[in-house]
Structure formats: C-alpha cells, structure tokens
Design a protein around this ligand. Structure first.
Ligand code: ADP
Ligand code: SF4
Length: 686
C-alpha cells in the first residue's frame, strides 16, 4: 500500500507501561449514563474501540461519595461493587485492541453532594462552585490523608476492572485545581501559599497512583494550560505560573492531557470557536516534558490532525465530539474513506445529556447511546425485509437520514424534495451567523446517498397526494418539516397573543432565512429559548438594525445553557449593542410600539419598534400527510402499505430529533418493532 499523509496518525505511542496502537485518543467525556446506565455506556465505548480509537476513556469517575455530582451523572469507583460495570467496558474495549482509561475524580467545592448528603471537601470553606448553597469544609490533614487513600483505592479497583490507564484529574475547577489555584487556595499550611505547596496534593496523588498501579497502568494527568482564572482573550493565553507548576511536575506522569478551564472555549461551539482552538495554549507544552501530550480541538479534518503531530504540538489526537459524531473516524481515515466521515457540527447537543442527566445523543450520529438499548450500530443497518419501494417526501435532515439509512438497508428509495436545494432547515439555518457547519448534516448524507444506486433524488418535486398515489410506492414517509409560527403561540403564550394587529409587520425566522429582513428598530421576541432567537438578533444587528431581544424567561437563551450557547450568545449580543429585555411577556404590537408585561408583576411597558420578529414555536407542515390519509385511494387494499409522518412535520424539535426520527423510521420499516414493548432499560442491581 502506498504511503498516506495520514500514516503518522497510525503510529503506536508508548504511554508509560502500555502502548496505544495509534494516535487516536478518545478523551474522557460525559455520557449522561455513567454509573446509572453502565450497559449503555459500555456498549457505546465499545463501538468507538471498534471504530479504531486507540484509547477509549470513561467520563469523570467519582472515587468517593463526597464527590457526588448528581444530577450530572458520573461513573463511580466507590467500592468493589462498582468494578463489575467497568469490567464490562474494559473487556469490550480490549476486544478491539484499544486501551481503556478511567478518569478518577475528586470534586471538591464543585460538588454539592445532593444525593449522598456528604459534606463537600476542599482547600477551604469555599462557596459551591456550581451555584448550590452548600459550602465546602476546609480539608484538614486527616481529610487530605483520606482523599489520598480514596483515590489510591479507586486506582486499585480500576486495575482490577482491567483499565490500562488511570487519570489524575487536575483541571476544570475540581478539587486538585482548587488546591493549585491562588484564587481558591488560601491555606497557611504545607498545602497552601507558595507554588510548591499548592502543587503538593497533586504531586502526592500522582505519586500514590504510580506507586499503587504504575507498574502496569499508565498514569495520565489532566491539567490546565491556562493561567489561573484564565482572563486572556480567546486563543491568547496569558503567561503565568502554570508553566512553573508544570515545570515542577513535568516528568511525573506518563501522559499529559492538556486542557483549559473555560469549557465554553475548550468545548466551544462552532458558532463561536474554530477547529484546533486550543493550539495557542498547548503549543509550548511538549517542549517542557518528554512525556506524550494529548489535547482536543474538535478535530474533524485529518489534515489538521496530521499537522498537529507533524508540527510537534501533540502526540495523540484527543477527541470527544468527533468520536461521538463518528465513532469510526479513525478506521475511515485509515481506509482512505475521508468522504464517509460524519463530521461533528459543533452544536454541543451531546453535552445536553450531561446537564439533563440522560444518555448522550448527537445531531450527526443518531445511534449514539442506542448501541445496547436499541441494538443500533453507527455503520451497519439491518438488511431489508422485502423488495418494497419507499417514497420519502422532503429532503431536510429527517428525509435525508431516512433515505440514506433505508438505502443502506437495501431498499429502493425515492426522495422527493419541493425545492431545488436539498437539506431543508439545515441548509436554511446554515446561512445564519456562526451556523455554517450545520450544513454538514446535509453534506454527509448527500455524500452517502450519492454512493447508493438504489436511492433516487428528485428535486423541484413538490408532491401532492394525487402524485403520491400515481407514484404508488409500497411505503411513504412524509418529512415535510415545519414553519415558524406568526401568531405568537409559544410556551409562554399557549392561548396565543391577542394584541398582534393583522397589519403589524411581523417576521419569523423563516422570513429572515429567506432573506426577507426587517429594518430600523426591531424587537426579537424569543419564546423558544435555544439558539434561534439570539442568532436572529445577532444577524439583524449586524445588518444595522437597532435590536431588542425580549424574552419571558429571566435569562437569555435558557435552554442554551445545556449546550453552552447561552453565555457566549449573551456576551456577543451585549458586545454588538443589542438591548436585552428579560422577564417580559409580549402583549401587543401595532407597528409602532411593542407592549410587554413583566412576568412577575404584570406591569406593562412599551418599546418603540418598527418591526417584530417572533421566535416562539413551529407549526408542523403535515397537510400532505393528512391529504394522503383522506385520499379516496387510501384504503386497506390500496397501493400504499404504510404511510408515516416523521421529524419536524410530526413534532417540531431540535435537528438531532429530526435525524433520529428519520433513522428510527428506516430501522423500523418492516422490522417488527413492537411499539408497546418497553425500551430496554439499563436496570442495575449490585
Ligand atoms: P425536517 O427537519 O423534519 O427534515 P425540514 O423543514 O428541514 O424538516 O425539511 C422539510 C423539507 O420538505 C423541506 O426541504 C421542504 O422543501 C420539503 N417539502 C415540504 N413540502 C413538500 C412536498 N409537498 N413535497 C416535497 N417536499 C416538500
Ligand atoms: Fe458534534 Fe453536535 Fe454531535 Fe456533539 S452533538 S458530537 S457537537 S455533532
């Protein structure tokens, strides 16, 4: 085989006593499953190992009940009964020749211990760093001895569970970073004050871990390359004592996993953060240590990955999201199938599982967390059951995924799209500021469909019920999407908004995406609470409008907190000079004034406005579906064996739900899926 520019990514890497078969390294990432859903977790990690990742890690793993982060779900190694669940994962990961790692975690003042009701332990009597009214106890020397013992015991259990690599977790604001940082460590003893003292606990825990398991297991340290408290502009680290700290520890562990504390940049949305964004922080680390270095950067481009290694920035290509969007990314690169890579779009829907305490999901990869529960594999479909034909109407994310997945099953598929342009909402939304990567949802599926001779795409084919019966497929799925509502109906206006005059100039995101823009003074009313309101406000401000973003919630983009949209979006709007108006319910608009009521007192105020943009709720476009059901030829012995509506035209939701709906339809067609059977439930009895 001829040499490939990506061969360098497939070189083995020695990590202490173990060897990773290649440079593809799935860093620890939350799954919303952890200790609560061990089988979902184990099977999901197995698929990554099968897809070629050389190292596959767990999420953060609590070593003791005093590090209980619920409702954020972590793994646990509190006692020997936790070993079995982990052993299931390591066995599965090993079956594919990958190394398995576990990220041990002492949480300190980030833990409220809401489940276990233990007192949080930290460097001082710190306020809870996750916003709970529970302060931590300042650890005395016996607490420190306990913490070291818990960590050591957990490392020994990790060894019994079959892990090859164990983490000492010293960033992201957890206990060890609380000791490292001047901001949180005000101790006057041997663990506070001078740099050597603040580093002491981390050093001791690295040494304990090496001593306990270092003969056979690699010891990794996750460490922040950012100076205490950050403070620099994005991508512009401020030099400081981090380097000195690093200097004190550089040769101690077997691997450095380098990060920054600011999650909103480290796992930044594509809306705000480019690929390889951490390079300015990480670039100098390799010159300070002889140990291998891994870091992340939402790496989806093999060229970028190879360049990181070639230029000596990284030894291992760390990935959470790219491995979620495409567990088979390494194998696809190795086999030269770059066009088959399902690229992460940087939407952070995967992160919502953590905040909501539910299994991780992914916009691009509908099989994520469904490997065990539904038996879905990201690369393999169940074979077709007949030679039946399927017509999919609508080529948005739902229709594209359904057509692609059915095509892979072997069915003959016709995909009809009303417009010339394919992609539906993702094509539309990708035109909005920061959302260009949404188009990857379309592009991946079109690339795949292109390879499937059994899938035919018909553009400019707005079908009627009559035409559907003329085509007479065996099965038809309607995926015609949804439109944004113009009447104000939304979560905070379930009876609509009476005072929207019929002549008042009202716009919706559909108008904006179609290029019909308001001018002058605009109120964007956001009763959707995810990205659309802030993105539309940003666009209109950039076009020169005077914009007020109004919402009935107390905060801007409340649901965006789960994806990390919220803070960055609010900061951007403030920087652009958008006025924010929170806790206001829209009452009326007459073309000159928007009247709103305080959501607490009802007190009304007015804002002068020429135009109003309503970002509230969406209306399913299900007319075609209903017409088919009512069509005279639609009888039990008529030509259509089944009619379904799927995705946004069934129930408008996030893009991930649309892709999931299309995939689920494709899996289930003629597959005897029992809708009444309960979903396989990861019940755990120890
Ligand atoms: P989803 O998110 O569920 O995929 P979208 O709104 O993104 O929904 O996509 C729906 C697609 O269906 C759009 O591209 C739209 O042009 C197309 N469409 C709507 N009605 C028809 C129809 N009668 N025939 C063919 N395509 C249609
Ligand atoms: Fe990437 Fe979005 Fe999937 Fe997360 S959910 S892996 S950000 S595509």
């Amino acid at each position: 085989m001829s040499a490939s520019p990506f061969d360098i990514l497939f070189e083995p890497v020695q990590i202490g006593p173990v060897t990773a078969k290649n440079r593809f390294y799935q860093v620890p990432h939350c799954t919303g499953s952890g200790a609560l859903r061990p089988r979902i977790q184990a099977h999901m990690r197995e698929v990554k190992a099968e897809g070629g990742w050389g190292v596959v890690n767990t999420e953060y793993c609590s070593v003791h009940p005093s590090s209980d982060d619920l409702p954020y779900v972590s793994a646990t190694l509190w006692d020997d009964r936790d070993i079995k669940a982990h052993a299931e994962m390591t066995e599965k990961v090993h079956a594919h020749g990958a190394l398995a790692g576990v990220e041990l975690m002492l949480g300190g003042a980030r833990m409220a211990n809401l489940d276990t009701r233990e007192v949080p332990l930290s460097a001082g009597n710190l306020p809870n760093l996750a916003g709970n009214p529970f302060q931590s106890r300042a650890m005395d020397l016996s607490d420190i001895r306990d913490a070291r013992r818990w960590h050591r015991d957990a490392a020994l259990r990790a060894k019994t569970a079959g892990f090859d690599l164990v983490y000492v977790y010293a960033t992201h604001g957890y206990l060890l970073s609380q000791f490292l940082s001047k901001t949180t460590n005000h101790r006057g003893d041997a663990y506070g004050g001078a740099l050597e003292n603040r580093v002491r606990l981390l050093r001791e825990i690295i040494e304990d871990t090496k001593d306990a398991v270092g003969d056979t297991m690699a010891v990794a340290v996750r460490f922040s390359a950012e100076t205490n408290g950050g403070g620099g502009a994005d991508g512009a680290p401020i030099p400081g004592e981090t380097e000195d700290m690093f200097g004190l520890l550089a040769e101690l562990p077997d691997l450095w996993d380098i990060n920054i504390e600011d999650y909103s940049y480290e796992m930044g949305l594509s809306r705000f953060t480019p690929e390889a964004a951490l390079e300015p922080y990480v670039a100098g680390i390799k010159s300070l240590t002889s140990k291998p270095v891994v870091s992340v950067g939402r790496f989806t481009s093999p060229d970028t990955m190879a360049s990181q290694v070639r230029r000596g920035v990284l030894d291992l290509i760390g990935a959470a999201r790219p491995s979620i969007a495409d567990p088979f990314l390494p194998n696809k690169i190795r086999e030269g199938r770059l066009e088959d890579i399902r690229e992460c779009i940087g939407c952070n829907i995967c992160y919502t599982g953590d905040g909501k305490g539910v299994p991780i999901r992914c916009t691009q990869n509908p099989t994520m967390s469904e490997e065990w529960r539904r038996g879905w594999h990201p690369e393999r479909m169940n074979a077709k059951r007949s030679d039946d034909t399927v017509l999919i109407v609508g080529a948005g994310p739902t229709g594209l995924e359904a057509a692609h997945a059915l095509g892979k099953r072997g069915y003959n598929v016709m995909l009809a799209e009303a417009t010339r342009v394919l992609g539906g909402r993702v094509t539309q939304e990708a035109r909005l500021p920061g959302l260009t990567q949404w188009a990857r949802v379309r592009d991946y599926r079109l690339q795949q469909i292109d390879k499937l001779p059994n899938v035919e795409v018909f553009r400019e084919s707005a079908l009627t019920a009559e035409q559907v019966f003329e085509i007479a497929p065996d099965h038809v799925a309607i995926a015609t999407g949804a439109t944004w509502r113009r009447d104000g109906y939304g979560a905070n206006a379930l009876a609509g908004i009476a005072g929207l005059g019929p002549a008042a100039p009202i716009f919706t995101p559909d108008d904006i995406m179609a290029g019909r823009l308001p001018e002058g003074r605009v109120v964007v009313y956001d009763d959707d609470h995810y990205y659309m309101g802030t993105v539309v406000a940003e666009l209109l401000r950039l076009k020169g409008c005077a914009v007020t973003l109004m919402t009935p919630e107390d905060l801007v983009s409340t649901w965006g907190a789960y994806t990390y949209d919220r803070w960055r979006a609010q900061a951007r709007l403030l920087e652009l000079g958008v006025q924010l108006s929170v806790a206001r319910s829209l009452r009326s608009f007459d073309g000159a004034r928007v009247v709103s009521g305080c959501t607490y007192t009802g007190r009304e105020t007015e804002v002068a406005a020429d135009d109003l943009v309503l970002v509230t709720a969406r209306q399913p476009k299900d007319a075609l579906y209903r017409q088919i059901l009512e069509y005279p030829l639609h009888t039990s012995d008529g030509p259509l064996k089944s009619v379904a509506k799927i995705g946004d035209c069934d129930a408008p939701a996030i893009i991930a739900a649309a892709v999931f709906a299309g995939h689920r339809y494709a899996r289930a067609l003629e597959a005897d899926v029992d809708r009444d059977a309960p979903l396989r439930h990861d019940r755990v009895y120890s």
